[in-house]
Design a protein around this ligand. Structure first.
Ligand code: ADP
Length: 668
C-alpha cells in the first residue's frame, strides 16, 4: 500500500546513517592525499625545470668547449703547415707576410707569432711586441718540453691580473730530418678567444671564465651580468700541456615557485577545494542536525500519536482515508491497513445511520464540513460507539488544501455518565416528591380524615335510618337513605381523589413532554395548594388567563415546581399576621414565552441566602431538606426555561419561571 506520509514512519531505521567517525576517514584521507599531490606537483615541476636548465647548461658548456677546441685546432693546423713550410722551403718574405696576415685575420685571438731558431733567437715576429724579457717562464718551459717530446705544446696560462686577462702560448717545435730547427710560438689572448668563439646569446645567458690549474680566473666573459651560482658547470679544455678549465655560470636564478602559473592555479584550486569542502562539511553537519531533529520530532510525534486517546483520521479531497492513528483503529476495531486507501461507504458505518453518513459525506465532497458533530461508529464486533467528531481542513506546506483532518472522541463514557446523571436526577426528583409528600403527610392525614369521618357519619346515619325502620316496622325512608349514601359516596370519591393525586405525584415515571396548558397544570395541584393555604391561614389568589398558549412540558414536573414554590411562599408568611398572609399565583404570555409567578408577602430573601438559594441541601428551615429550589431550577431548565426570583415591592418575594410557548418550541 502506498504511504502518503513517508515522514510518518516509525523511527526504527534511524541507525542506518550512523556509521561512526570512520565514514569521514576515507574522504578526508583522499582529500589530504589530493592536496599533498597538488603541493608536490609544483615542487616537482620546479625540480624538473631546474634539472633541465642544468642539463642544458652542461650541453651548452660542452658545445662551447668544442668550439674553443675547434678554433685552437684550426690554428694548430695552420701553424703546423706554416712550420713545415718554414723548415723545408721557406717562402718568400712577401708570401710569408701575406700568409701570416691571413692567419691573424682568421683568428683574432692570435696576438703574436714568433719564429725562433734552434738557439732561441728570434728569427721573425709578428703581432704584439715581445717583452724585453722575452718569452714568459711558462712559455719557455713549455717550449723545452715540446722540443724534448717532439710534439707541440701549450703553456700554462699566464699574465692574468685583476685588470688584464691571461695569455696562452702554443709552441710548435720545428724539426728537419730529426734535427731541431727552432720553434714557432703563437700567443693567444684567452679573452679574445672567448669573445670570438662564444656566441653572443650564450654569453648573454651565462658568465664564462677560463680557470688555470689553481682555479684562478685567467679570462672571462659575462655579457648578461655576473652568474648567479645556481647553474654552474666546469669542463677542462683538453689542451696538451695546459690545464685550463672552462667554467660556465648561468645568469638565471633558481626557478621561482610563486609566479609559476601552475603553482598559482594549484593554490587557487586547493583553496577552492578546501573552501568547498568546508562548505560541504557545514552543509552536511546542518543536514545531519536537521535530520536528527526531524527524527526526534518524528519519534516524539509517533509516541504522541500512539499515546493519544483521541482518534485521528486524515482524508484526501476525494474522501479517501490517508491516515489513521492507533486510537482510531482501536475505536473501530480495524487495523490501519484495512482503513487507509478506503473510500466511503466506510466499514465502520452503522447501517441504521447510513443516510446520515452519506448526506454528510456529500457535504464534505462539496467542500463544506460540519466542524463538530456527534455520530455513531460501528465496531467490527457490532458494538455502537458514540463519537464526537471535529473536522478541519488539512493544508500542506504550500498552503494548499489537500484534504480533511478529523479528530474523533469516543464519548461512550460521557453518554453513560449523562444517562446516569439523568437517572439520578429522576431518582432525586422522585425522592423530592416523596419528601414533599412526607412533609405534607400530617396535612394529608387531616384532609383524608374529614371525608372518612363524613363517610363514617353518613354510613352511621344510613344505618340509623335502617334501624329506625326495622324498629318501627315501617318502610325504609329511601330518600333519606339515598341521600346519606350519596354523600358517603361523594366523600369516598373525594378521599380517593386525594389519594390518587398523591399517587400520581409520587409514582415513578419517565418524564414525557406534551403540550400542556398552564391552567390545567395549576388545576392539577390546586387542591393540594388550597389545602396547604387553608391550613396556614393564607389567602390564595390565582390569576391564570384562559387564552395562554400551551407549553411543551412534562405536566408532573411542572406541578411539582408549582407545589414547591407555593409551599415555600406559604412557609415564608408563617410569622405574619393572618390577614396579611396572601399568596398570589399569576401567569402571562409575553414574547413567545409563558411566565408563571408565585408572589408572597413573607420575610423575603436576605442577600447571603440569595447567594446559595439554588444550591442543593441549602435550607434555613429546621426541618427543610434544601432540595426544593434546586430541583425546580433543574426541572425548568430541562424544559428550556428559566427560574428567577426578585423582591416583592410590597414585601416578600416573587419567584417566576418562564417557559417557551409551544409555537416557539416547534419553530425552534
Ligand atoms: P427548603 O424549603 O427545604 O428549605 P428550598 O430549596 O425549597 O428548601 O428553599 C431553600 C431556602 O430558600 C429556604 O430554606 C428558604 O430560606 C429560602 N426560600 C425559599 N423560598 C422562599 C420564599 N418564598 N421566601 C423567602 N425565602 C425563601
Amino acid at each position: 500500500m502506498k504511504n502518503i506520509f513517508p515522514l510518518w514512519q516509525p523511527a526504527g531505521n534511524a541507525d542506518s546513517g550512523r556509521a561512526g567517525p570512520w565514514r569521514w576517514l576515507v574522504p578526508v584521507l583522499l582529500v589530504l592525499l589530493f592536496l599533498a599531490v597538488l603541493i608536490w606537483l609544483p615542487w616537482q615541476a620546479r625540480e624538473m625545470e631546474s634539472n633541465e636548465r642544468q642539463e642544458q647548461l652542461i650541453a651548452d658548456t660542452l658545445w662551447v668547449e668544442q668550439t674553443l677546441r675547434f678554433e685552437l685546432a684550426r690554428n694548430e693546423e695552420a701553424l703546423a703547415s706554416l712550420g713545415a713550410d718554414l723548415v723545408t722551403k721557406p717562402p718568400a718574405p712577401e708570401a710569408l707576410r701575406a700568409r701570416l696576415a691571413q692567419m691573424f685575420k682568421n683568428g683574432h685571438e692570435l696576438q703574436r707569432l714568433v719564429w725562433l731558431d734552434a738557439n732561441g733567437r728570434v728569427l721573425a715576429a709578428r703581432g704584439a711586441e715581445l717583452p724585453a724579457s722575452g718569452l714568459s717562464e711558462a712559455s719557455r718551459s713549455a717550449a723545452l718540453l715540446a722540443r724534448e717530446t717532439h710534439t707541440s705544446r701549450y703553456s700554462e696560462p699566464y699574465g692574468a691580473t685583476a685588470l688584464t686577462h691571461g695569455l696562452l702560448d702554443y709552441t710548435l717545435p720545428l724539426f728537419r730530418d730529426g734535427e731541431y730547427q727552432g720553434s714557432l710560438v703563437a700567443t693567444y689572448s684567452l679573452k679574445v678567444l672567448l669573445d670570438e668563439t662564444v656566441p653572443w646569446w650564450f654569453a648573454q645567458e651565462n658568465a664564462l671564465s677560463l680557470l688555470d690549474r689553481d682555479d684562478r680566473v685567467v679570462a672571462q666573459r659575462s655579457a648578461g651580468g655576473p652568474g648567479r651560482g645556481v647553474y654552474t658547470h666546469k669542463h677542462a679544455l683538453d689542451l696538451p700541456g695546459a690545464a685550463i678549465t672552462l667554467a660556465t655560470d648561468s645568469v638565471k636564478g633558481a626557478p621561482k615557485l610563486l609566479p609559476n602559473l601552475l603553482v598559482g592555479s594549484v593554490i587557487v584550486l586547493a583553496l577552492g577545494l578546501l573552501l568547498s569542502l568546508a562548505a560541504l562539511w557545514r552543509h552536511i553537519a546542518r543536514t545531519l542536525a536537521a535530520e536528527g531533529a526531524l527524527r526526534q520530532q518524528m519519534a516524539f510525534r509517533t509516541a504522541m500519536e500512539n499515546s493519544l486517546v483521541t482518534g485521528l483520521r486524515a482524508r484526501d479531497l476525494e474522501g479517501r482515508v490517508t491516515y489513521v492513528n492507533p486510537a482510531f483503529c482501536q475505536m473501530v476495531g480495524l487495523p490501519a491497513e484495512e482503513l487507509v486507501g478506503k473510500k466511503p461507504p466506510m466499514p465502520y458505518w452503522a447501517p441504521e445511520a447510513m443516510a446520515d453518513y452519506e448526506q454528510r459525506f456529500e457535504k464534505v465532497l462539496a467542500g463544506n464540513i460540519t466542524p463538530q458533530f456527534e455520530t455513531v461508529f460501528q465496531r467490527t464486533d457490532g458494538v455502537r460507539v458514540p463519537v464526537l467528531v471535529f473536522e478541519a481542513p488539512l493544508v500542506d506546506s504550500r498552503g494548499r488544501q489537500t484534504g480533511w483532518m478529523s479528530s474523533i472522541l469516543d464519548i461512550t463514557d460521557r453518554k453513560r455518565v449523562e444517562e446516569l446523571i439523568r437517572k439520578q436526577e429522576e431518582k432525586l426528583q422522585e425522592s423530592a416528591r416523596l419528601a414533599t409528600m412526607g412533609e405534607m403527610s400530617s396535612m394529608l392525614a387531616h384532609e383524608l380524615n374529614q371525608p372518612l369521618a363524613a363517610i363514617s357519619s353518613y354510613t352511621a346515619g344510613a344505618l340509623n335510618v335502617l334501624a329506625r325502620a326495622e324498629e318501627l316496622n315501617e318502610p325504609v325512608n329511601a330518600r333519606l337513605l339515598r341521600r346519606a349514601l350519596e354523600q358517603a359516596r361523594q366523600q369516598a370519591q373525594r378521599a380517593g381523589q386525594i389519594i390518587k393525586s398523591v399517587h400520581e405525584f409520587v409514582k415513578k415515571r419517565e418524564p414525557e413532554r406534551r403540550p400542556v396548558a398552564i391552567g390545567s397544570v395549576v388545576d392539577g395541584v390546586r387542591a393540594l395548594i388550597e389545602l396547604q393555604a387553608r391550613q396556614a391561614y393564607v389567602a390564595l389568589r390565582m390569576q391564570i388567563p384562559r387564552e395562554l398558549p400551551p407549553v411543551l412540558a412534562d405536566r408532573v414536573m411542572l406541578e411539582q415546581v408549582l407545589l414547591n414554590l407555593t409551599r415555600n411562599g406559604i412557609e415564608a408568611m408563617q410569622d405574619l399576621a393572618p390577614e396579611r398572609r396572601v399568596l398570589r399565583v399569576e401567569a402571562e404570555a409575553l414574547d413567545g414565552q409563558v411566565s408563571v409567578s408565585v408572589i408572597d408577602s413573607g420575610h423575603g430573601i436576605a442577600p447571603e441566602v440569595a447567594e446559595r438559594l439554588f444550591s442543593p441541601f441549602f435550607s434555613t428551615k429546621a426541618e427543610g431538606m434544601g432540595m426544593g429550589l434546586s430541583i425546580c431550577r433543574t426541572a425548568i431548565e430541562f424544559h428550556g426555561g428559566t427560574l428567577t426570583h426578585a423582591a416583592n415591592p410590597g414585601g416578600g418575594t416573587i419567584f417566576t419561571f418562564t417557559l417557551p410557548a409551544q409555537a416557539q418550541v416547534q419553530a425552534a
